[in-house]
Design a protein around this ligand. Structure first.
Ligand code: ZN
Length: 416
């Protein structure tokens, strides 16, 4: 999307439509999934007391804003933003700031994806070499000694029916400057590119805000030239894009598409975060990320919402919520202390609303913090099990995953 008003350009071959600056979105009032409709959820289990995987460390010394999620069995959980802009297309900052923001946010990787055809700053920054923003970002990351992977991308920027798409892991962006959009995707694929549809629901190109595929997208999928789709972009989510991803076996992605400053757009000082994709990779490298993306091993995270295939979201939730203790202090009311080891605030509903002694049927696990629930277990029991429906996560449109917290209990002597 384009938060700034596009200005006339002499280089664009097919301009994106004009769009106005989006209103500043207050993060604290943003969508919470609490009110989301409920439908037959999937079941997943966590033997919580047995899980002992350290949360991923994100060195860099930027404190609370660092995005952290625990690794999952068999894979590292990498945090990536695959869609960003600088002044080399219609962004407002030099590429070095994209690098510094990414380091501050604790990202493992950031892709620089300037619009190929849309160059509103061309009079001031001619940009004859479309690789330039990426190369500057790589240089800056090396100069700063940043522990950050910088990925080479470009945004294919066409009117509908093609719309906007990113190609990443490119060797050279310049050969992508072609008239025929099919040829652009083919060239990207020849270079080993991973191509994904950007904000297919964007009101700038879809009046109704509803994502749908055009025949050319279906052709791209058939030819193996389209590999992923953004289900969240900036502060928007598209349930239709999620359905398309599942139906056509496209990788589920969430990106910032940042043009201005991450701190302002996502209110980082107030506790906000940039939207990202969590990638479950065998190794922390560009090759590891690419392999995981091609295998569809991702979860998108925007505001409090986590979106992914059940096979990837379930292990992430199980690794995130860990039972620290389950203790009877008085009677048969069990204090269950749960640590949330991820940066996502997780809102869940108990399957049995009579079970909670304190609080209502909704439970909120604050990020990187402990929460203690009190359960009425009827009689003291050596084990407990608590089934939750995770309302702040989606595995399909309108389908939430289930999570079972369980473990051994300890007890103080009766009658104290
Ligand atoms: Zn963009």
């Amino acid at each position: 999307m384009h938060p700034s008003m596009p200005r006339p350009t002499t280089t664009a071959t097919d301009l994106p439509p004009v769009c106005a600056r989006r209103p500043h979105a207050p993060i604290l009032r943003r969508l919470r999934m609490v009110a989301a409709k409920l439908a037959a959820p999937a079941v997943l289990c966590a033997s919580a007391l047995l899980v002992d995987v350290a949360a991923s460390a994100h060195p860099g010394g930027h404190g609370d804003r660092q995005i952290r999620f625990p690794d999952v069995p068999g894979a590292l959980t990498l945090v990536v933003d695959l869609h960003t802009h600088s002044v080399f297309s219609d962004g407002s900052v030099w590429p070095d700031l994209r690098v510094e923001e990414a380091v501050r946010d604790g990202l493992d990787a950031v892709a620089i994806t300037e619009h190929l055809e849309y160059q509103p700053h061309a009079d001031d920054i001619p940009h004859p070499d479309r690789n330039r923003a990426y190369l500057i970002a790589v240089e800056e990351a090396a100069k700063a000694g940043a522990d950050l992977l910088v990925i080479h991308g470009s945004e294919i920027t066409r009117r509908m029916p093609v719309g906007h798409a990113n190609a990443i892991f490119l060797e050279d962006s310049n050969p992508l400057l072609r008239d025929d959009p099919l040829e652009v995707f083919r060239e990207a694929a020849r270079q080993g590119g991973f191509n994904f549809l950007n904000h297919p629901h964007w009101v700038g190109q879809r009046d109704d805000g509803v994502a749908r595929l055009e025949p050319i997208h279906e052709q791209l999928i058939e030819e193996g030239l389209l590999h992923g789709i953004e289900v969240t972009n900036d502060l928007t989510f598209s349930s239709e894009a999620l359905a398309i991803a599942l139906q056509h076996d496209l990788t589920i992605l969430g990106t910032s598409d940042i043009h201005g400053l991450v701190d302002w757009q996502y209110e980082i000082p107030q506790g906000g975060h940039r939207p990202v994709t969590l990638v479950f990779a065998a190794e922390r490298s560009e090759a590891g990320i690419e392999q995981a993306l091609r295998a569809g091993r991702t979860v998108a995270w925007m505001n409090d919402l986590l979106v992914g295939r059940e096979e990837h979201l379930a292990p992430l939730l199980a690794a995130s919520l860990v039972v620290e203790s389950a203790h009877y202090r008085r009677g048969a009311v069990l204090d269950v202390t749960v640590r949330n080891r991820g940066s996502a605030r997780i809102t869940a509903r108990t399957a049995d609303s009579d079970l909670l002694y304190s609080g209502g049927p909704l439970v909120v696990f604050e990020p990187l913090a402990e929460t203690t629930l009190q359960l009425k277990t009827g009689a003291r029991s050596p084990r407990f099990e608590l089934e939750l429906e995770v309302l702040s996560a989606l595995v399909e449109p309108e389908k939430h995953p289930r999570l079972v917290l369980s473990g051994e209990t300890t007890a103080e002597a009766e009658g104290d």
